[in-house]
Design a binder for this molecule. Structure first.
Ligand code: NAP
Length: 293
């Protein structure tokens, strides 16, 4: 069994981007600029945005933060989006989710210019991805594809089972894995809470991608010998074995499943670290106008 080291791959990607930015600096060219909009005081969102800013600085991108109180109105936030859309200095931006309940996430996302939507959540980017046009692919599915590519995992003709059909993970990765691309060219089965014979289907998978949001749901009797297992789930649970009293686990029972796999992503250190690397890659694409000319 080989561990898929998302932390290492993410560091490799950052180093590659940093080298490209260095070249831009040497020619006095503009460096990519990523902005983030943060509303309210949600600690997880604050940590996530801080880590995006840190990563931008590490690779040499410009980063800016637009911070607003929880009480900002939807109309005011739409104006902020309009303002950033028109700021030519900013190549791409994200609006950190979740937003307060009085603001429609759909309205805000639809207002972002697709050419600056480096989170890949705008319906235009989702639609373009669906029909195979250049697009920004959202961070988690993009990260999974990048891991498969960099570990040279054979996907053509394989049976890929995706567990979970969320708009941010399960559905887009099922489409990407079925496309005529590499990685891709799989025969894909997409499972959800109404799927019958789940265990049977999972045990037929050559590649099993799990994004179900249930701690250690996938057990060894659901996995075929030699399968590739990608665990997207992330859960903080109590543990007597750690100093903090907590540990992170995934949607897959790692100890028993890993023994049967050819490749597996650990939690933490698998898919998670790829999120920010993917966002940086999308921002670089935006700066180079690779997706929207
Ligand atoms: P989500 O929106 O919570 O959706 C879960 C999906 O799993 C749904 O499609 C649901 O089916 C399905 N499901 C739930 N219980 C099931 C069962 N017993 N049998 C079969 N299918 C079942 O999922 P998500 O947002 O994709 O998140 C999934 C997990 O990934 C979470 O732990 C989340 O924290 C984690 N995550 C991690 C990252 C990362 O960067 N590592 C990024 C995103 C998410 P229905 O559609 O029928 O309800």
């Amino acid at each position: 069994m080989e561990l898929i080291d998302g932390k290492q791959i993410s560091n490799d990607i950052k180093a590659e981007i940093a080298a490209e930015v260095e070249k831009l600096l040497n020619t006095n060219s503009k460096v990519p600029h990523l902005a983030a909009v943060l509303v309210g005081e949600d600690p997880a969102s604050q940590t996530y945005v801080a880590s995006k800013e840190k990563s931008c600085h590490e690779v040499g991108f410009v980063s800016s933060l637009y911070k607003y109180p929880e009480t900002i109105s939807e109309a005011e936030l739409l104006k902020v989006v309009d303002f950033i859309n028109e700021d030519e200095e900013i190549d791409g931006f994200i609006v950190q989710l979740p937003l307060p309940k009085h603001i429609s996430v759909d309205k805000i996302i639809e207002r972002i210019k697709p050419s600056k939507d480096v989170d890949g959540f705008h319906p235009v980017n989702v639609g373009r991805m669906n029909i195979g046009l250049p697009s920004y692919i959202s961070a988690t599915p993009f990260g999974i594809v990048e891991l498969l590519k960099r570990y040279k995992i054979e996907t053509e003709g394989k049976h890929c089972v995706v567990l979970g059909r969320s708009n941010i993970v399960g559905t887009p990765i099922s489409i990407l894995m079925s496309r005529n691309t590499n990685p891709g060219n799989c025969t894909v089965t997409l499972c959800h809470s109404k799927t019958k014979n789940l265990k049977e289907i999972c045990s037929q998978a050559d590649i099993l991608i799990v994004a179900i949001g249930k701690p250690e749901f996938v057990t060894e009797d659901m996995v075929k010998d030699g399968a590739v297992v990608i665990d997207v789930g992330i859960h903080r649970v109590e543990s007597k074995l750690t100093k903090s009293g907590f540990k992170l686990i995934g949607d897959v029972k790692f100890d028993e499943v890993s023994k049967k796999c050819s490749f597996i992503t650990p939690v933490p250190g698998g898919v998670g670290p790829m999120t920010i690397a993917s966002l940086l890659l999308n921002t670089f694409k935006a700066a180079k106008k690779e997706v929207y000319k």
